[in-house]
Design a binder for this molecule. Structure first.
Ligand SMILES: CC(C)(COP(=O)(O)OP(=O)(O)OC[C@H]1O[C@@H](n2cnc3c(N)ncnc32)[C@H](O)[C@@H]1OP(=O)(O)O)[C@@H](O)C(=O)NCCC(=O)NCCS
Length: 232
C-alpha cells in the first residue's frame, strides 16, 4: 500500500468540537504524558521508552509512516484550540485480503483492511470525544479512494474487559465477530455494511455532545488493542 492520507481537508466534527490533525513537534510533551498514563499504557501499545526524546523521535517519523502507508495516526484536538492534544485515533493496514475460495497464488484483493486504535487523555473522557473521533476516522477509512482510504474493512482488537472501548466500537458501527487466539475480541465494520445497509443503520449512532470537564469516567480495566502510538 502506498500512502495513507492524511485526509484533506482535515476531518472535523463541529458538533463534538473536534478536529483530527497530524502530530507536530510541539506535541512532544503531551505525547510523552499520554504514554505515561496507566490506562493508555494498558489499553494500547506504547513504547518502553516514554521519554520526551522518544516522543519527539516518534513524531519525527510521522510523515514517513503516512507516506509509506505504514500508519496514519492523528491527534484528536479541540476545534477551538487545535494546538491541544485530547487524544489519538490511528489506522494501520493488516495483510491484504484474499478471497476464502481463491486458489493458491491468486492475487490479493486491492482494498486494504485497516486496524483502528484510539485513546483519549483522562481529563477529556466521558463526553463523546472518542466516539466522535473514531466515527470520523472509520468513515474516512471506508470512503472510496479520493474521498477516503478505500478500505474494505476496518477492524479493532479489544480486550473483553475494556467496556469503554467496546462501547466506542459499537457506537461507530463495528460489530463483534469473535474471539482471537490472544483473548481479545475482534470487531469489524465492512464497507458493505455502510453502503448497502447504510439506510437501515446509521454508520455512527448520534450522541449528544457534552461540555468539556463534564464528568470523566473511570478508565476501563485490562489491556486493549494496539493504538496508534507504536513506533514503526
Ligand atoms: C476507550 C476510551 C478511548 C474512551 O474515550 P471516551 O472519550 O471517554 O469515550 P466516549 O465518551 O466517546 O464514550 C464512548 C462510550 O463508552 C462508554 N464509556 C466510557 N467510559 C466508560 C467506562 N469506564 N465504563 C463503561 N462505559 C464507558 C460511554 O458511556 C459511551 O457509551 P455510549 O456510547 O453508550 O454512551 C478511553 O477510555 C481511553 O482512552 N482508554 C484507554 C485507552 C484504550 O483502552 N483505548 C482503546 C484501545 S482500542
Amino acid at each position: 500500500m502506498s500512502g495513507l492520507g492524511p485526509p484533506d481537508p482535515p476531518l472535523v466534527d463541529a458538533a463534538a468540537g473536534i478536529v483530527l490533525r497530524p502530530w507536530r513537534p510541539a506535541d512532544t510533551a503531551a505525547l510523552a504524558a499520554a504514554w505515561a498514563e496507566p490506562e493508555i499504557a494498558a489499553g494500547v501499545s506504547v513504547p518502553a521508552d516514554r521519554s520526551d526524546a522518544a516522543a519527539a523521535r516518534w513524531i519525527g517519523g510521522w510523515s514517513a509512516r503516512v507516506e509509506s502507508g505504514a500508519a496514519l495516526d492523528l491527534v484528536i484536538a479541540p476545534a477551538f484550540e487545535a494546538d491541544d492534544v485530547w487524544g489519538e485515533v490511528g489506522l494501520r493496514p493488516l495483510r491484504p485480503l484474499r478471497p476464502r475460495t481463491a486458489a493458491a497464488g491468486s492475487p490479493a484483493l486491492t482494498q486494504p483492511v485497516l486496524e483502528a486504535g484510539w485513546w483519549v487523555r483522562v481529563e477529556h473522557r466521558g463526553r463523546g470525544v472518542a466516539s466522535a473521533a473514531v466515527c470520523l476516522m472509520v468513515g474516512w477509512a471506508l470512503g472510496s479512494a479520493g474521498r477516503g482510504a478505500g478500505a474494505a474493512q476496518v477492524v479493532a482488537r479489544i480486550q473483553p474487559g475494556n467496556v469503554a472501548s467496546a462501547a466506542v466500537a459499537t457506537r461507530v458501527g463495528l460489530s463483534k465477530v469473535g474471539r482471537l487466539p490472544d483473548g481479545r475480541n475482534l470487531w469489524v465494520r465492512s464497507v458493505a455494511a455502510s453502503t448497502v445497509f447504510g439506510s437501515l443503520a446509521p454508520p455512527c449512532a448520534a450522541k449528544e455532545p457534552k461540555t468539556p470537564g463534564g464528568g470523566a469516567r473511570p478508565a476501563p480495566s485490562g489491556p486493549g488493542p494496539r493504538g496508534g502510538t507504536v513506533p514503526s
